[in-house]
Design a protein around this ligand. Structure first.
Ligand code: FO1
Length: 309
């Protein structure tokens, strides 16, 4: 049965499931809406970490160790800049720098982020549709006991150490969904919320313009990024704990309360399934190999088919 899918994704975890989906679905049936709340300017360059992570992963260009950045990377430019007195807390590889240089040049020339992303995807041979959530800047601010921090400042510079008290998304009041986002959702049989951080990867997408309203008319299935009370990568579990919520797959299902048609959790959390009062799929969600990305994607798609029957 044909299944047109929109996937909402943040960085590394989201990119892995998207890569699995891309191995199964025809390219015209997969649209990925990517978080741009992490975007920022560094060395006067416009960096879109999650868009680049998703694109590099689909193009087979991603660094397999970190999940972000490029494979076979070298670091000569940043090392030289740091030696000359530039900031050293955010690593920009030589190959990766080319992406930021060209993106920044095009933005300054008046192109939109979605136009640029479409062109880059074509150059990288990506046949799926990859869309930034918005062409307008939306900036995730992490509110902490040590004051408000821009996302990359919190995530990379401060290594997620400050205790989180809340989040806000600057610019969201005026931001609209990027061209193609609402149309893709409209045409989709289901929306998959990838195993990305609910607070800082998925929420920024859901609060932009009419995105939440559009997806709520659809079958929505979320995959838990928390397994056995811990995140595979990133600070989601730490954030839940600091917000006085016990980190668990159940807490993730609660996070999306009222939106979901189904929820996917790991075998390790099987006992939580009976406490989640929507249909659940319990399976192996740890995507620690390429085959496991495709296997999880197939499981999620079959689950959606059962829900949509
Ligand atoms: N993450 C780090 O932990 N340290 C870095 O130096 C770093 C550099 C970097 C450069 C380009 C890029 O696209 C991503 C990069 N990331 C780095 C990852 C990024 O900060 C996060 O993965 C996302 O923003 C969270 O999804």
């Amino acid at each position: 049965m044909k299944l047109k899918i929109v996937a909402l994704a943040g960085g590394v975890g989201g990119a892995k499931l998207v890569h699995g989906l891309a191995q199964i679905l025809p390219p015209e049936d997969l649209t990925v809406v990517v978080n741009t709340g992490d975007d920022f300017e560094h060395y006067s360059l416009y960096i879109c970490p999650d868009l680049d992570t998703v694109c590099y992963t689909l193009a087979g260009l991603a660094n397999p160790e970190t999940g972000w950045g490029r494979v076979d990377e070298t670091w000569q430019a940043i090392e030289n800049a740091v030696r000359l007195g530039g900031p050293e807390w955010f690593n920009l590889g030589d190959r990766d720098l080319g992406t930021h240089l060209e993106r920044t040049r095009r933005l300054k020339a008046g192109q939109t982020l979605s136009q640029i992303t479409r062109d880059f995807c074509k150059s990288w041979g990506i046949r799926q549709t990859i869309l930034p959530m918005s062409d307008h800047p939306v900036r995730t601010i992490v509110e902490t006991g040590e004051g408000d921090l821009a996302f990359q400042e919190y995530f990379v510079h401060r290594r997620c150490e400050p205790k989180v008290t809340g989040f806000r998304f600057e610019g969201v009041e005026t931001a609209e969904a990027a061209p193609g986002v609402l149309e893709a959702i409209d045409a989709a049989e289901a929306v998959i919320i990838c195993p990305s951080n609910p607070w800082v990867s998925i929420d920024p997408i859901l609060v932009v313009g009419d995105i939440r309203r559009a997806i709520e008319a659809k079958t929505i299935v979320a995959v838990s990024p928390i397994i056995g009370g811990q995140t595979v990568k990133g600070p989601a579990a730490k954030m839940y704990a600091e917000l006085d919520i016990q980190p668990s797959a159940r807490a993730v299902a609660e996070h999306y309360r009222g939106m979901l048609s189904g929820f996917v959790l790991d075998n390790m959390d099987a006992e939580l399934a009976s406490n989640i009062n929507i249909p659940t799929l319990t399976t192996d969600t740890l995507m620690d190999s390429l085959t496991k990305r495709a296997r999880l994607a197939r499981d999620v798609l079959n689950f959606i088919r059962r829900i949509n029957k």
